[in-house]
Design a protein around this ligand. Structure first.
Ligand code: B12
Length: 210
């Protein structure tokens, strides 16, 4: 399907407006949002990721592509996220300290919203202290933590420790994810759930609040 490969290519070129326009066009053609996400937007970022690893492109190009991808997911959001339904629960989401990657976190947020959760997004590079403050302020059912670097995986464990130390561990369920995270790691650090992708994250959050 060439519109999807066009989207993948335009993500890599960082053409935000054109990506957004083609996503709208794909939706109008009746292509399912999940397919636009997987075979268009994420495929483009995946291909760029390989070129990044091989030093064929560098941080600025990846940042511009990330912006284009985020614009595309924003355009999808209207279709993925249902309108005026009552929230089924509240989630506080963040990328942990030292980590600036937010594309995965944003997708998890989108899928959680699509599943009916209200989501409080604390952004990237967020400390345990800030997460504890956000739990006190927002009273969420679930805390979702993202980490993309092997060097920031341990920050997920530190956040869980901060939540335990603040006496809040019984009040929230904690889910973790991000490319280097595994189910075994999630169990080791005492998280309640893990998923390798965004739709799985929403499924697990729903199971945990049941
Ligand atoms: C985009 C990108 C960047 C962008 C980030 C822009 C942004 N706004 O996010 C920029 C250019 C800033 C960047 C910087 C760096 N990056 Co970078 N980056 C990537 C890249 C190419 C794509 C990541 C991505 O967005 N993937 C797409 C999303 C959708 O996937 P995802 O994040 O994995 O999320 C999915 C799942 O993991 C899961 N998930 C994610 N979060 C959560 C949370 C929960 C609760 C759950 C349940 C699930 C879940 O669901 C998501 C959707 O399915 C990857 C390579 C790759 N292919 O992964 C490298 C990569 C992650 N980066 C890497 C590196 C080394 C860096 C830098 C150190 C480079 C440098 N020398 O400066 C810096 C670090 C900056 C920092 N302090 O964070 C390495 C990490 C190596 C490692 N093992 O630690 C990678 C793997 C590239 C590589 N192969 O070398 N990067």
């Amino acid at each position: 399907m060439s519109i999807l490969s066009d989207i993948a290519e335009l993500v890599q070129k960082g053409k935000a407006q054109e990506v957004s326009d083609l996503v709208s066009q794909a939706l109008a053609e009746g292509i399912p949002p999940q397919q636009i996400l997987d075979e268009g937007l994420l495929k483009g970022m995946g291909e760029l990721g390989v070129r990044f690893k091989n030093n064929e492109v560098f941080v600025p190009e990846v940042l511009i592509a990330a912006r284009a991808l985020n614009k595309g997911t924003e355009t999808l959001k209207a279709t993925l996220v249902a309108g005026d339904i009552k929230a089924i629960g509240k989630v506080v989401i963040a990328t942990v300290s030292g980590d600036l990657h937010d594309i995965g976190k944003n997708l998890v947020k989108l899928m959680l919203e699509g599943a009916g959760f209200e989501v409080v997004d604390l952004g990237t590079d967020v400390s345990g202290e800030k997460i504890v403050a956000a739990i006190n302020e927002n009273n969420p059912d679930v805390v979702a933590l993202s980490a993309l670097l092997t060097t920031t995986m341990s920050a997920q464990s530190e956040v869980i420790k901060a939540i335990v130390d603040a006496g809040l561990r019984d009040k929230v369920k904690i889910i973790v994810g991000g490319a280097p995270i595994t189910d075994a790691f999630a169990k080791e650090i005492g998280a309640d759930g893990y998923s390798e992708d965004a739709s799985g994250a929403a499924d697990i959050a729903k199971q945990l609040i049941r």
